[in-house]
Design a protein around this ligand. Structure first.
Ligand code: ADP
Length: 195
């Protein structure tokens, strides 16, 4: 199974990514987590990544590919992955699709998790209250939602055109979201489902 989770901040990519990875027995690759791990390392690259993340700006594509590609290639080799937060821009999606086609590991499905901005903001502020991330402040949350709408949103149309988009309502309890995703996946063609 090679699945991409496409979702605005607060929609539950991380939670669903873990659950789906356990269900399908594949690796959960969280782009934001891998970049945060890199940001914690000493040196210029770490500081640069930390700066983009703290502001809510996307990390430049070149850095993202350097950090993410090895994990994706290794997981593809081992039977698949749940990608959470990568690709996140049209250029990332086109380069990733070219690479995937070359190695015959194209995406089976892109799951778009959607919820109203008020719900997303409320969840992220609650996470901040519980000692969450440095980018979970009201201003940065507003900015991240804008970046999602402007830069990542177009990927919804991109994957819909390719016929692999599944849209699921994320404004429900986590178990219901997972159940909806599973139900929609079982409706896919057997070839896509069994991989
Ligand atoms: P969220 O979706 O809540 O913003 P993530 O952990 O997915 O949380 O991402 C946090 C930050 O990591 C983003 O604001 C961005 O700075 C960086 N990031 C994650 N994935 C990508 C990506 N594919 N391309 C560029 N930057 C990314």
């Amino acid at each position: 199974m090679r699945l991409l989770l496409l979702a605005p901040p607060g929609a539950g990519k991380g939670t669903q990514g873990e659950r789906l990875a356990a269900l399908f027995g594949v690796r959960h690759i969280a782009a934001g987590e891998l970049l945060r791990a890199q940001a914690r390392t000493e040196g210029r690259l770490g500081r640069e990544i930390a700066g983009y993340q703290a502001r809510g700006d996307l990390v430049p594509d070149e850095i993202v590919f350097d950090v993410l590609t090895p994990a994706v290639v290794e997981a593809a080799d081992r039977g698949g992955y749940i990608l959470d937060g990568f690709p996140r821009t049209l250029p990332q999606a086109t380069v990733a699709a070219e690479l995937a086609a070359r190695f015959d590991v194209t995406l089976d499905v892109a799951v778009y998790l959607f919820a109203p901005d008020e719900v997303l903001t409320r969840r992220l502020l609650a996470r901040a209250g519980a000692g969450g991330r440095t980018d979970d402040t009201a201003d940065v949350i507003r900015y991240r939602l804008r970046v999602f709408g402007e830069t990542t949103g177009p990927l919804v149309g991109y994957y819909r055109e390719r016929g692999i988009l599944v849209a699921v309502d994320a404004d429900q309890p986590p178990e219901s979201v997972t159940a909806d995703i599973q139900a929609r996946l079982s409706g896919l063609s057997p070839a896509e489902h069994s991989r």
